[in-house]
Design a protein around this ligand. Sequence first.
Ligand SMILES: [Zn+2]
Ligand SMILES: [Zn+2]
Length: 372
Amino acid sequence: MKRDAYEVLGVGRDAGEREIKKAFRAKARELHPDVNHDDPEAEEKFKELAAAQEVLLDPERRGVYDRYGWEGLDSRGFAPTFQGFGSFADIFDAFFGGDPFGFGRGGQMAIQGGDVAVAVELSLEDAALGASPEVSYDGIGRCERCHGNGAEPGTPIETCSRCGGQGRLQAVTRTPFGQVVRTVECDVCGGDGRVAREPCHECRGRGRRVTRQTLKVDVPAGIADGQRIRLAGRGHEGDFGGPPGDLYVQVRVRPDERFVRDGPDLVTVVDVPAPAAALGIRVAAPTLEGETEVELAPGTQPGEVIVIRGKGLPSLRHGPRGDLRVMVNVVIPRRLSGEQREMLERFAGTLDEDNLRSDEGVFAKLKRALRG
Ligand SMILES: [Zn+2]
Ligand SMILES: [Zn+2]
């Protein structure tokens, strides 16, 4: 005993097309095969639901059904359109996968536009301190000339004569198991059900066109190489009233030869001549915001590190800024002149134990020598 079609959908006998489609979608969602793969009855329930909708949306069939019930349709050879499909998932896809029997405008389902990816290259300074670079990309957008309806301005849009405005056509295939009727998208109107008498000259009737888009991207301070920024809704325009896709901005940070990045910290190296390291000196060290002076105490050793607080990289999570670590590279003079050599020899002769003694143990010295 087949259940009453109106009862299956839970609508009144005077329900209109909109109400029937709405009821179908609400009930179909509960029966999704991904959610109901353990329920052996889900497939049968969905088929029952789909058949009920199919009958009630077709005025001729609905008339027969109202007078003679399912038997009346059976005796007239009615078979649900989706009968030829394989699995439950296939049947479900046929209804909701964007093809044949969709439900939006003119029988089509709204489809979200595609995502777009674009790369942007930043200097280390810009990545650290934040920047607003411009990016350009080709995006599918609405045609401005026809406002997306595909008709040359001032010309009418007519009902598609091939499909009679349904947006779909019945395709009958003979198979060894009998006839399979499939509904396919109309090749003239592309499922829209309507065609422009004179297609828009700009987009050739498509209602959309690829345009070069340029926009400023706010890159937050502290972004790292390889991270990406998502701009919702800036991708390609959707189909059949669907929402646009997203824009993904892939960030590349150019290496900066002055700095090595170590988490939130920056490391840089300054060269100091050996005599200056012994005497003490003020040297210039690079920072992201220009040079700064660093005071080196007399007797500064190779590999010693001076930490400048807060001159590293900002944190994306608004934590404290990292540090700048300035490492001292003591340069031993090369290619000495005769005079320099003589002076240095005289000087070397004056060195005693006390000049060379350090408070460090072997381990501390080794650690310092191997750092970097
Ligand atoms: Zn156009
Ligand atoms: Zn058509």
